[in-house]
Design a protein around this ligand. Structure first.
Ligand code: 6PG
Length: 251
């Protein structure tokens, strides 16, 4: 695992660098294996990134017909619900690029049985990645909450300890809601995990997580075999310790 911290001083650079990293990974994956497997995070941070990917130069740079899009997690709502991670990505990106419908793997949050929806999603993933060991995503875009969660792996949620399943459905007590989420073994099998974290509200937790003083946040369990990159905006990076700042790349 190679780990890097990148701090974008200006917001446009924060989004552009993320788009560039996705395009670079897509080109490398397609050149090496003929396809690019991408897992998107939800929440609000990636929305402008999606819009950037849907516009040139990125729209024409990425071979969308060889790109396969998945989600790291989904809320248990319909795909047209305002809280749907799929809807966010569809509105800002998927509806604007020539990505074949068959290449879009949506988690069915609307299912009356989230447990069945999790198993069904895992089965569809196995159809793409093979039924063997954990899937090696080329690029996993991850967010982080101000409680140190990622995907829908929240503090205290039962899925934190999952070691076999690829996808689980569990209750998130703080949200009083059920969520579908990929598990840590899947995240950690990825070739590249990029935490795309913006906003000063994340600074405190981020500083503790990157300091290496394990405090038990879920994100600390992300230790991918491949690359682990923290792409931060100035607000999120505002409380990083001196040693982390010295080792970081500033854009
Ligand atoms: C979700 C996400 C979640 C998100 C973080 C950060 O479904 O909410 O996948 O893990 O990435 O909560 O969310 P913001 O970008 O809105 O701060």
């Amino acid at each position: 695992m190679t780990e890097a911290v990148i701090v974008a001083r200006e917001e446009p650079v924060f989004y552009r660098r993320a788009a560039e990293m996705i395009a670079e990974s897509a080109e490398a994956a397609i050149a090496a294996r003929g396809k690019f497997t991408l897992a998107l995070s939800g929440g609000s941070t990636p929305t402008k990134l999606f819009g950037l990917l849907a516009s040139d130069p990125f729209r024409s740079r990425i071979a969308w017909d060889k790109t396969f899009v998945f989600w790291g997690d989904e809320r248990c709502v319909s795909p047209d619900h305002k809280d749907s991670n799929y809807k966010s990505a569809y509105d800002a990106l998927l509806s604007k690029v020539p990505l074949p419908e068959a290449n879009i793997f949506r988690m069915k949050g609307e299912s009356g049985s989230p447990v069945e929806a999790a198993a069904e999603y895992e089965a569809r993933m196995r159809g793409v990645f093979g039924a063997g060991s954990f899937p090696k995503f080329d690029f996993m875009l991850q967010g982080m909450g101000d409680d140190g969660h990622t995907a829908s792996l929240f503090p205290g949620s039962t899925g934190l300890g999952e070691t076999q399943k690829w996808v689980v459905a569990h209750r998130v007590d703080k949200l009083k809601a059920l969520r579908l989420t990929l598990t840590f073994p899947v995240i950690n099998a990825a070739r590249r995990v990029v935490f795309f974290v913006g906003g000063v509200s994340k600074a405190e937790v981020l500083s503790k997580v990157l300091s290496g003083l394990s405090v038990g946040y879920p994100v600390e369990r992300v230790k991918p075999h491949g690359d682990l990159i923290w792409l931060l905006d100035a607000g999120a990076a505002s409380k990083l310790g001196a040693n982390i700042r010295q080792g970081a790349t500033y854009l």
